[in-house]
Design a protein around this ligand. Structure first.
Ligand code: SF4
Length: 221
């Protein structure tokens, strides 16, 4: 049989196996923080390709995400799609998720305790998807993945997350870019940088086996 057909079959089987595991980890009865009380969809899972080497992480579901049980379905998701399309990417090449899985009331910012309570789901999904690069979009995603605060300071920087065992690239949240259009080129620039980082992985092999800690900033201990 043609090798490309075998590769495609293998990728499909791997994707299905990962989706099965991701679905198993969803806990619709989760009561670890108060956010479940008003959410329609509890413990909303991610979307996209679970075998992708690139993971994009946002803050929390909004109204549309709560209705459709998927991340980035509203205007911020549409902007993200446009930014990805500009550099030749689409959702089949990434896995998209949030640090917090239930919609906060009135879309308020999640509290640090809520981010901490929900982290176990993020850790699980990162273990399953095994991305090489995680793009943390916005302050809450930066905090949830690295423990760092101050997205303006960290935007465009690479941080090695000891907790997650992955390189995190900080960028703006697409919702922020909707309000501050001048930030859109920086979001696009960061997404492109993430794809270039993946290219380096392909060139050098798995950088997780290489001691990069001296060259990358690390997350909070
Ligand atoms: S936000 Fe996360 S931790 Fe809180 S109830 Fe929902 S799934 Fe559980």
């Amino acid at each position: 049989m043609d090798h490309s057909i075998l590769d495609t079959l293998d990728a499909m089987l791997q994707s299905e196996a990962r989706w099965t595991t991701i679905r198993k980890h969803r806990n619709k009865q989760c009561r670890l923080c108060p956010l479940h009380k008003e959410a329609q969809s509890v413990c909303t899972q991610g979307d996209g390709n679970p075998t992708a080497p690139l993971m994009l992480i946002g803050e929390a579901p909004g109204q549309r995400e709560d209705d459709l049980e998927k991340p980035f379905q509203g205007p911020a998701g549409q902007l993200l799609d446009k930014c990805m399309a500009k550099i030749g990417m689409d959702r089949t090449q990434v896995f998209i998720d949030n640090v917090v899985r239930c919609r906060p009331p009135k879309n308020r910012k999640p509290e640090p305790e809520e981010v901490a309570a929900c982290r176990q789901y993020l850790v699980n999904v990162i273990r399953i998807v095994k991305p090489r690069v995680v793009v943390a979009m916005g302050a809450t995603a930066l905090y949830g993945t690295t423990g760092k605060t101050g997205i303006s300071k960290w935007r465009g920087q690479k941080i090695y997350s000891l907790k997650l065992g992955v390189i995190v690239l900080a960028t703006w949240h697409p919702s922020y870019c909707l309000r501050t259009r001048s930030a859109i080129p920086e979001l696009e620039e960061d997404l492109e940088l993430a794809t270039r980082m993946l290219g380096l992985f392909d060139f050098f092999g798995d950088l997780r086996k290489v001691n990069l800690r001296g060259r990358l900033r690390q997350d909070e201990p």
